[in-house]
Design a protein around this ligand. Structure first.
Ligand SMILES: [Zn+2]
Length: 210
């Protein structure tokens, strides 16, 4: 999204989902929480217990219900993002229906209520590409406040000679790549990878580096 705001002529407005990758760390550390908090205030004006309009408190970090007294805090939705590597050291990438044309990435999905991160990894990989994984290893996290996610990155192993199967609706295609095949596809312009500062990109780069 590119737009010139009438109140600041000549200044450029950009979608933070794209611009976040270009910001210096100090600016990102301000912009990302600011967007997350603004979205929370915008989307949660009422008390979920009694429906009364809540008041901003604690410099914006709390919303207080004047009717029932409940304090409401911003929530974060955990999601898992998973590099699946097979016994031949190939990386699984998928093309999801909501991706731009040509974009491939690692598997991702939201953690369900009552579920551990590790179980979410196993379930998401099974649901999206019908592969059974083991050895789930944590690799770091990235806040993604669009509107309120926390991406938790993992590497996991697909034992045996499993090949992905997709549903054709949420995931349109998936396959294992060797390093040479992936480098060739990117160089030929057949495939684009996630943005350079994303946790998905870090997972792919770590696998590429061996
Ligand atoms: Zn209330």
């Amino acid at each position: 999204m590119l737009a010139l705001g009438p109140e600041h002529p000549g200044r450029e407005y950009r979608d933070l989902r794209i611009a976040v990758h270009e910001l210096p760390e100090a600016e990102r550390a301000v912009a990302v929480p600011a967007v997350a908090m603004a979205q929370w205030h915008r989307l949660h004006p009422h008390c979920p217990r009694c429906g009364t309009v809540t008041r901003v408190s604690e410099a914006g970090w709390v919303r207080l219900c004047p009717a029932c007294g409940t304090e409401h805090h911003p929530r974060t939705d955990p999601a898992v993002i998973v590099a699946v590597v097979d016994d031949a050291d190939r990386l699984l990438l998928a093309h999801a229906a909501h991706f731009p044309a040509g974009r491939w990435s690692v598997i991702a999905g939201y953690v369900e209520p009552g579920e551990s991160l590790e179980r979410a990894v196993v379930r998401e990989v099974r649901e999206e590409v019908a592969i059974e994984v083991d050895r789930v290893r944590y690799r770091g996290s990235q806040p993604w406040p669009f509107p309120r996610s926390l991406m938790c990155a993992f590497v996991t192993r697909a034992p045996g000679a499993q090949e992905p199967r997709v549903d054709g609706r949420e995931i349109l295609a998936a396959r294992f790549f060797t390093r040479a095949a992936l480098a060739e596809a990117v160089a030929a312009g057949d495939l684009t990878l996630p943005g350079p500062a994303s946790v998905a990109s870090a997972l792919v780069a770590a696998w590429m580096a061996g």
